[in-house]
Design a protein around this ligand. Sequence first.
Ligand SMILES: Nc1nc2c(ncn2[C@@H]2O[C@H](COP(=O)(O)OP(=O)(O)O)[C@@H](O)[C@H]2O)c(=O)[nH]1
Ligand SMILES: [Mg+2]
Length: 379
Amino acid sequence: IDNLSHAEEKVSRCTEELGSLYSEMGFEAVVSKIKEKNEALEKETLSIAVTGESGTGKSALVNAMRDLNPGEPGAAEEGTTEQTMKVTRYKHPKLETVCFYDLPGIGTLNFPARDYAKMVNLNTYDLFIIVIGNRFLEHDALLIREIQKMKKQFYFVRSKIDFEFNNLKHQNRENDCGFSSQEVFLVSSRFIKDLDFPRFCDILESQLSENKRYIFQLSLPNFSADVVRKKKAILHRKILAAAAASFVAGASPIPGVSIACDIAILVKTFLEIRKSFGLDDDSLGSLALKVGKPVEVLKAEVKNPFIYDITETSVIRVIAGSTAAVAVMAAEEAAHLIPIVGSVVGAPVSFLTTYGILRNSLDKFEQSAVRVIIKAFEA
Ligand SMILES: Nc1nc2c(ncn2[C@@H]2O[C@H](COP(=O)(O)OP(=O)(O)O)[C@@H](O)[C@H]2O)c(=O)[nH]1
Ligand SMILES: [Mg+2]
């Protein structure tokens, strides 16, 4: 199943592999394996703590990492000088198992260093981002000591680089806090595709466990073709899960198309793919605002009209249009599969059709997503 998650797998190749999995374990076993993996992925949580002095850009960074512009619904308020007095949670707008936490400063009157770990439940976070200003503070060192006791990962980020670029030219990038082996990532929450932000994400994800890595990748703003490619690999798993769900639902043939698959599952999965690739209206509007371009300019890069019109009717049209490729493949595969599966003759067809239709469209969605990004970020 892991082998199947490669983004570039072809449909035929994939069904071939499924076929062999299938003959070893039986189709029901394959389906429950796919379901089990998908449920684990959907249940997985990622908790990212962000801490640092007031004014260093924490709120802006939490917004940027959740792909929210300042002032958008759900965005953290920027520019408040008030110290955070409690842990504040910010959910990711598209993935609610991914949360950011703005932690209050350590060593303050309300949060003495020795009680801090307990008071903010330090052991519940997966990783820590310490946003530093132009100097390293004793508070940061105190916090790191606590994080190290918990054997958790922490990262230094210096933000607002676009703003402070001129000052920074006269400084060096080393920090002077006794943690000089640790890199300080230079980022700007206004220009996330630039400076160290992409590399920061790469390093961060490389240190996460498998499912946490997947949801982190899915949660990222679409700022590069590389991000889109990673999302595609995860969406491929979602497609397998949709096919498994279609099998379990025991989809019956669609009138007029004469192939079996569950339209509701297809619609839901297409919408999920569109959203993950940032091709829905909200995402495009938000991206347009971020890069200061008219949304129509970005929309014009989406060449496939189906992407803007995902309904039961249009999905049936897609199925009808792709019956030549998909249904033939599905029927051929079914011919191999029927002797193995025995009585549930209709079901594997619905699995293969669902898989085939979604998999065929995934490339088109990806191409549009990449075109939009190129357009959005071109000078
Ligand atoms: N130009 C620019 N301004 C930023 C950036 N990050 C934050 N700011 C601004 O700097 C101020 C402080 O940022 P904020 O995120 O509220 O800092 P916090 O107190 O650490 O949460 C706000 O006015 C932000 O809009 C950035 O990357 N670039
Ligand atoms: Mg703040």
